[in-house]
Each structure stands twice: as structure tokens, then as C-alpha cells.
Design a protein around this ligand. Sequence first.
Ligand SMILES: [Zn+2]
Length: 312
Amino acid sequence: MALNIDCILILAKMFDKNTFDDKLFDRFLNTKATKVFLQHENSIGKNVNKDEIKAALKKIVKNTGYKDKYKFYLIKSNLNQLKTDIQYLQDHGKMIIKLALKKVYKIIPDEMRVNANIYLYSGGTDGGFTISRRDIFINYGNYIGKRKEFINILSHELYHSRNIPLTNRIRFAWKLVKERNRVIYELFGKSIEEGIACLVQHGPILESDDLTGNLTKRNLLLSKIQFDILNNVLLNIKFGMVQKYKIEDLNIYVIGYIIVSTIYSKEGVLALDEWTINLEFTRIITKYIEICNKRNIPSGFEDEVIKWVFLA
Ligand SMILES: [Zn+2]
């Protein structure tokens, strides 16, 4: 594994000049990181086109102080730090990956393989994303000068790229065939997947807010709101009102992190292998509720929901 920094290297060169360099722009567009970033933004409904990006980059090159919506200005306003970072990434890429993997292997079993191509890009508001459990993209604009946070987000994405046995993936996909299952499995599956990735990234106690704003101390304090939405969504499905639930409003990072960090703190990491290896979440959820009941703290789930989802 290695860090591919072509995209941010070209941006650093582009912003180092006072005039816009069309050739550098073409090279920027041709990097895999930029190509996939554009596809990713369009796939999540933010229509991004090359002309708009070109116009934004031109403005940033010409006058400092212009703030574009893609946040490319972060690269220009932190250019000196970025140049230092690039040197550091080139010299210590292997060590950075090693440190991130060390965090991943605290949570996943030793024999599980993690293998990914890692690309640094810039643009948009995501911290990073992983495609097909193989290609990792990290929005470096958010992490300029933040070495620790960069290793942390890298460990988060590396968790997503762990090598899950094929039979387990097939069994999971098979369960999604039924409509009722699909929504339930997606909700719980995504929550637990992101919850464990956040546990890898931040550890069991959130010391500083996630730079993307998904997982913050404030959001954790207000987690009851999220569990209420989840209960409502599930009850709506129960009563057949598939159109009415509002999954978009749900912060799955908060829900997942609370469930996963509660189990991890009380019982250690083994219980989480159920998801990490087998993509099974039922025992994880029931274990979480058990722990809450024992400690006399609310789990956030309504009894009716639990009975319907897990006992039916
Ligand atoms: Zn994630």
C-alpha cells in the first residue's frame, strides 16, 4: 500500500503561480483522485461539472480571499503548510500507513487482510470515502497540518476496506432481497459499519470532534433525538408506511458509535467480530440492549421496535 498524492501535488503547483495554468488543470482533471471525486459528488446528487471547477480554480489563483464552495481555497490559504505536508507524506508514507493499520488491528482480527489503494484529493465536504472496499479517497484539504487527524481518518477508511470472506458478503446480500429486510439491514448494517469505523478512528471515548461534523460531542449528547428518529423509521416500516420514514435525517455515525463503543468498553472487541467478519448485527444489538438494561441506562430503542425487528 502507498499514498497517491498526484492530485494535491498538482494543486500545490497550480496555486504556486500567479497565472492560471491550463496544462496543470488538465493534469489535475486526469488524476484518478479528481475523476473519482467528480463521480462521487454526482452520485450523491451534488451536480459538479468541470467548467464550474475550472472557473473556481481560476478565481482562486487570481485573487486570494475568494472562497469557493468546493473549498479549494483551503489549499491556497494553507499553501506553505501543504508544501511541508507533501514532503512529509513523500518521506513517511509507509510509516503513516503502518500507524493507521495499527489502529485498525486493535479492532479487527490479526488474520484479516486489509489492502487498499489510497488517493488524496481535494474538494467537497466529505472527510473521505471508500469505493468497492478497495480504493480509499481522502479529502486532504481538511487535513492540512493535521497529522494525527489524517492518520485517524485513514484508519477509518482502512477499516471499510478490510477483506470480508466472500461467502459472508453473499449471505448478507441475499438477506437484502426482501423489502422489509432491506431497509432494516441497511439501517443497522450501515450504523454498525460506521460505528466500528469511528471506533477505530477515535477510540471508545470521543476526545475531539470529527472534522466532518458527523460525530461530535454535541451530537452524542443529543443522541436521544437520533434514536427517536430510528424508532419512528422502524415503526413506519412495520406499519407499511415505507415512503414516510426519513432516513436522511438519521445520523448513523452517532447511533453506531454509541452502540459499538458501549459494547467495546464493557466486553472488549470480540463481540464486534460478528459484524467485522460475518456482517451479522443481531447479536451486537441485543448485547448492547443487555448491557444497557444491566446498568439501568436507556438503550434508546423502544420495546415495540426491538420485539418486531429481532424477535419476529
Ligand atoms: Zn465511514
